[in-house]
Ligand binder design. Structure first.
Ligand code: AMP
Ligand code: ZN
Length: 136
């Protein structure tokens, strides 16, 4: 199922042209127009799902094998030194296109990119409180 006003639905289903690096029945993987690094690829499911929670479980189960194929393809063709998988959900987390996508970002020594967070140092009690909330 696609959504009328969703640009990634149109790209995933071939209505808008893209630099497709991989395609199968369920997914199209395209080069990002604003890449963090050379080869930055987005894996788009062909059926619309806004985010991880909306993604059907069987589609979710197929995403990582696709990422693995693309990682191997990019390794062979571009020879990355490292690779990040990034997947943003919600504006607070940096999601700008509300159609699920997994970023595959090859990393090269000295590429100047930072895809990391600032670690905090909570007391053990605070960790325990959060843990109790999640498990309770
Ligand atoms: P996110 O911030 O996780 O939602 O990522 C959205 C990504 O989509 C960004 O990296 C954009 O550069 C990329 N992007 C937006 N529009 C297009 C497009 N038409 N074709 C390819 N990449 C796009
Ligand atoms: Zn969509």
């Amino acid at each position: 199922m696609t959504q009328d006003n969703c640009i990634f639905c149109k790209i995933a289903n071939g209505e808008i042209p893209s630099r497709t690096v991989y395609e199968d029945e369920d997914f199209r993987a395209i080069l990002d127009l604003g890449p963090a690094t050379q080869g930055h690829t987005l894996i788009l499911p062909k059926a619309h799902a806004a985010n991880l929670l909306e993604l059907p479980e069987d589609t979710a189960a197929k995403v990582l094998p696709v990422a693995q194929k693309i990682a191997a393809q990019l390794q062979e063709k571009l020879g990355w030194d490292g690779l990040n998988l990034v997947q943003n959900n919600g504006e607070t987390a940096g999601q700008t296109v509300m159609h699920f996508h997994l970023h595959v970002i090859p990393r090269y020594q000295g590429d100047g990119q930072k895809i990391l967070w600032n670690p905090t140092q909570p007391e053990a009690e605070e960790l325990d409180r959060v843990y109790a909330k999640i498990r309770g």
